[in-house]
Design a protein around this ligand. Structure first.
Ligand SMILES: Cc1cc2nc3c(=O)[nH]c(=O)nc-3n(C[C@H](O)[C@H](O)[C@H](O)COP(=O)(O)OP(=O)(O)OC[C@H]3O[C@@H](n4cnc5c(N)ncnc54)[C@H](O)[C@@H]3O)c2cc1C
Length: 348
């Protein structure tokens, strides 16, 4: 186990901002994770668990304690009748795993193609896209409980998955280190094509899209929105969508539509959003003066997606936070809604 000191964290994230980790270790096994936890405890160091760094804003001061990157790999599977359970090490690359599953004609994850990051982070915010969420297919999660340092297997129900949340980023934040995720998937199942973008992509096809066709389509659509990490594309130097789609009460929704009507605007209603009374955060941002491509300085809005704050080069975490607050302030002033950021803020 090699612990290094003063390791720059910005290169380990997709947004590329932030200072160094006082101590840094990549743990390749459960035993190394336990040793690292012991190291941080014995020195009273705060512990931060890092995956692929694709959902983070790291402060310019960095992290004063130990940053523990989870590097546990390995993929095993158990076959049922028409189902398969994949037991996947938390350090596996998420999209590599999705690609492997799709190649074997196994359904359930195809719409989650092209999302950066590690397998171990997927339960944290119940990663979702194009109508699929990992919470639908996760059977259980193997964790190290930092309260008593025991290994536990948490069933799907215990994880309490909901829109961009689970116990891991709400009630039990910081309590568990995820070591392995077990996904229950369907052999030979059909591709899930429910979202407008995907339906539009396949309109006019005279055959049913396969899982591989769907994965391909999702990646192309994502690339068009700067939501796929493409080397050389400045619009993907981001943490993905920066704000969650707000979920409103009936009263709040009514007030919002009244504000829109006063401006001769209509709140866009997509079936997938409307059923959960979710409003498009991207629409709110765009209709508050922050259009795609906004900003000439070190931070701005992606030219391809109104919801992505991009580091245009040399941005600091302070620049990102100031820009985020500017957007939140304007949206709240105009629409009466406080947007909640999606990324995790580390070391602030
Ligand atoms: C271009 C782009 C597109 C994106 N598109 C989507 C999308 O469509 N849908 C979506 O849901 N997200 C999306 N994201 C956000 C991000 O990719 C996901 O949240 C992803 O799951 C984060 O994985 P990570 O390994 O990079 O986690 P990190 O960013 O490293 O960490 C995120 C959080 O998870 C915790 N964590 C990580 N690993 C573990 C572990 N093993 N145990 C315990 N806690 C852990 C961290 O402590 C932190 O709190 C996108 C991001 C980018 C940059």
């Amino acid at each position: 186990m090699v612990i290094t000191e003063n390791v720059p964290l910005a290169p380990l994230t997709t947004l590329k901002v932030g200072g160094p980790a006082r101590y840094f270790l990549e743990a390749m096994s459960v035993a190394e994770v336990s040793e690292a936890v012991e190291f941080s405890r014995s020195r009273n160091l705060p512990l931060f668990v890092l995956g692929g760094g694709s959902n983070l804003v790291i402060s310019d001061a960095g992290w004063p304690g130990l940053v523990l990157k989870i590097g546990i790999t390995g993929i095993n599977h158990r076959h049922g009748h028409d189902e398969v359970v994949f037991e996947v090490g938390a350090g596996e690359d998420w999209d590599k795993f999705v690609g492997m599953v799709v190649t074997h004609n196994i359904a359930g994850l195809e719409c989650l193609s092209g999302i950066p990051g590690s397998v171990g982070a997927t339960p944290v915010q119940n990663v979702g896209a194009y109508g699929e969420e990992v919470g639908n297919t996760i059977e259980s999660v193997l964790v190290l409980d930092l309260r008593d340092r025991q290994l536990r297997e948490l069933g799907k129900e215990e994880c309490a998955f909901s829109y961009r949340t689970s116990i891991f980023n709400t009630s039990e934040r910081g309590r568990y280190i995820i070591l392995q995720v077990n996904y229950l998937l369907k052999h030979g199942g059909e591709a899930y094509i429910a979202y407008a973008d995907l339906k539009k992509y396949f309109a006019g096809w005279n055959k049913k899209p396969t899982l591989a066709d769907t994965r391909d389509a999702v990646k192309k659509i994502r690339a068009g929105k700067g939501m796929l990490i493409v080397p050389g594309d400045d619009d993907c130097r981001s943490a993905g969508s920066f704000f969650k789609n707000p979920i409103l009460s009936a009263d709040e929704y009514e007030r919002l539509t009244a504000r829109a009507a006063a401006k001769n605007l209509q709140i866009p209603s997509y079936p997938a959003l409307a059923t959960q009374k979710k409003v498009s955060a991207a629409w709110l941002v765009e209709h508050s003066g922050f259009s795609k491509g906004y900003g000439n300085g070190s931070v701005g809005i992606s030219r391809k997606h109104a919801l992505a704050i991009v580091n245009r080069g040399n941005a600091t975490a302070a620049d990102v936070v100031a820009f985020k607050e500017d957007i939140q302030g304007r949206v709240e002033e105009i629409w009466g809604i406080l947007l909640e950021p999606e990324p995790v803020f580390v070391g602030f």
